[in-house]
Design a protein around this ligand. Structure first.
Ligand code: AMP
Ligand code: GLY
Length: 429
């Protein structure tokens, strides 16, 4: 089997790495890929932009590629799946209509409201003055969200009216371009965050293990939001009873709502959840793709061949396909360039990856480029992923790997996983 992975981050390196562990996968192409995918055996980077659908279609046809897996949201929201499917190409990832789940927070909110899916109460505005008036009636903190794709920067959790006012003003002034010309004012939900990624073939939906991301740059969840500074799975306090509720109250109704909208969704539905203090799961966002860095830890634990699962989604036999896991936990810690998520430098040589990759540790590349030597080329540079029997052991492995790696001004959070280690496990039942 020949598979094309679209994207260039840590998620795509992990997808390529896991696919190539199977004897059934002969060749992976990564478009455009990164320094990590460049160095994988049987993996080749393809210098085509992920939004150049004509060139991608041509490449897939000429190389005889069996399956295209789309990593990032932007090509999905722009209709990569529709374009390639029209040429008879098999694609893992939703059509443009399905990608609205992530690409329009208003659309996703309406879908949830109509389907009775538990989610934070919200009101949408296309007019700044009306938004500012409504804001006066809201309790603090309040959440302001740009409707469209804003590279993870479109959400402000505002502790004061002043911050909320400013967020609305900036969105309508064009800070997020067209993505901010519609704004959601949303109720703030207290609780613990969990990411549940699920695979669907449009008929059946199956959850992966629950994972937890760490979005803020600073320890103790302080500072600016990033694409994700670390993740681990499974989340020890998410019981099987809670997972059943997430399946029946959120994932299945979401799939049914998509079906009612005549959307044939084959890919990942990523539910960003808050578990309230009363133990109830509520949706705070949907993504239409694999998460980053959740994918790195999930694939480190996946026992089933990944291509079987992706193929089952694309060919609609997911109900007959089981998702098996290795025992234990995985934890991934992101090493970023100093300054990220603000301005940062690139081009710094990276050393120590070979020493880091001892048994049970895998280093997934994100912002790296292979020149004469490996150098940094992005804000999030590497995700060092450890496996262990327990969460503390997995974290220890990841941090042992981190200690071996060096580049100028590198930064990582030292407290990945601490939120769960500090929580008492929830009783089963
Ligand atoms: P998003 O980009 O939608 O994932 O939002 C970024 C972050 O903002 C989330 O990871 C949450 O920490 C926070 N957030 C978003 N919506 C809410 C909400 N309704 N209540 C509390 N926190 C939220
Ligand atoms: N880890 C968050 C995301 O992929 O959006």
């Amino acid at each position: 089997m020949k598979i094309l992975v679209v994207g260039s981050g840590g998620r795509e390196h992990a997808l390529a790495w896991k696919l190539l562990q199977s004897a059934a996968v002969h060749q992976v192409y990564c478009l455009p890929g990164n320094g990590g995918t460049a160095s994988l055996a049987h993996c080749q980077n393809v210098p085509i932009a992920d939004q150049d659908f004509d060139a991608i279609g041509h490449f897939v046809q000429t190389q005889g590629i069996d399956l295209v897996v789309v990593g990032p949201e932007l090509p999905l929201a722009m209709g990569i799946t529709d374009t390639l499917q029209a040429q008879g190409i098999r694609v893992f990832g939703p059509t443009q209509a399905g990608a609205q789940l992530e690409a329009s927070k208003t659309w996703a909110k309406d879908l949830m409201t109509e389907a009775g899916i538990p989610t934070a109460r919200a009101q949408a505005f296309t007019d700044a003055a009306a938004a500012q008036t409504y804001l006066q009636t809201q309790r603090l903190p309040v959440v302001i969200k740009a409707d469209g794709l804003a590279a993870g920067k479109g959400v402000t959790v505002a502790p004061s009216l002043e911050t909320a006012h400013q967020a609305i003003e900036e969105a309508f002034a064009g800070k997020f371009g067209i993505a901010g010309q519609q704004v959601l004012i949303e109720e703030f939900l207290m609780g613990q965050e969990v990411s549940v990624l699920a695979l669907t073939d449009g008929l059946t939906i199956k959850p992966l293990l629950p994972a937890q991301d760490h979005k803020p740059i600073g320890e103790g969840d302080t500072g600016a939001n990033t694409g994700g500074m670390g993740a681990y799975a499974p989340v020890p306090w998410v019981s099987t009873a809670l997972m059943s509720r997430i399946q029946s109250e959120i994932l299945e109704p979401t799939l049914q709502a998509l079906q009612r909208a005549q959307i044939d969704y084959r890919g990942v539905i990523y539910a960003g959840l808050i578990i309230t203090p009363t133990g109830d799961p509520q949706v705070i966002e949907f993504n239409c793709r694999f998460g980053d860095p959740e994918t790195q830890v999930l694939l480190a634990l996946l026992d089933s061949p990944l291509e079987d699962l992706l193929w089952a989604c694309v060919n609609q036999h997911l109900a007959q396909t089981s998702v098996r896991w290795k025992p234990g936990f995985a934890a991934g810690v992101v090493i970023a360039a100093g300054g990220y998520p603000g301005p940062y430098q690139t081009g710094h040589p990276i050393t120590g990856i070979d020493q880091a990759e001892v048994q049970g540790v895998t280093v997934f590349h994100a912002g790296t480029r292979q020149e004469e030597q490996l150098v940094t080329s992005g804000g999030r540079v590497l995700a060092v992923t450890g496996r262990g029997e327990t969460l503390p052991l997995a974290l220890k492995q990841a941090y042992r790997g981190i200690a071996a790696i060096q580049f100028q001004d590198c930064y990582c959070r030292q407290d990945i996983g601490q939120r769960s280690l500090n929580l008492v496990p929830v009783e089963e039942g």
